[in-house]
Design a protein around this ligand. Sequence first.
Ligand SMILES: [Zn+2]
Length: 94
Amino acid sequence: MSILNSCTHRRYVEGIEILDPFYEEGWNDHSEKYIYKEGYVESTVVDVDLHRYKCTQCGEIFYYSTRAEAHYTGSTPDESIKESNARWLKRNRE
Ligand SMILES: [Zn+2]
């Protein structure tokens, strides 16, 4: 899947102390109960449907293909996009 165009919004998720999933009480007195989980940068886009995705920060909509963009911006209606999306939406509602 290629992302043709996108805004530059990203969200930084702060690092946090979490309970070490491998920690066992009394197993090793020197082991730390909490470990630091590094922060990370995550994308702010979510799928709108099979052919479009949206930035949750600015609300801008992007397309997975030039065909999809042409279809949704109204210049070139495309039946296969319409049909595949209807199937996708149906599947995701179930
Ligand atoms: Zn954005």
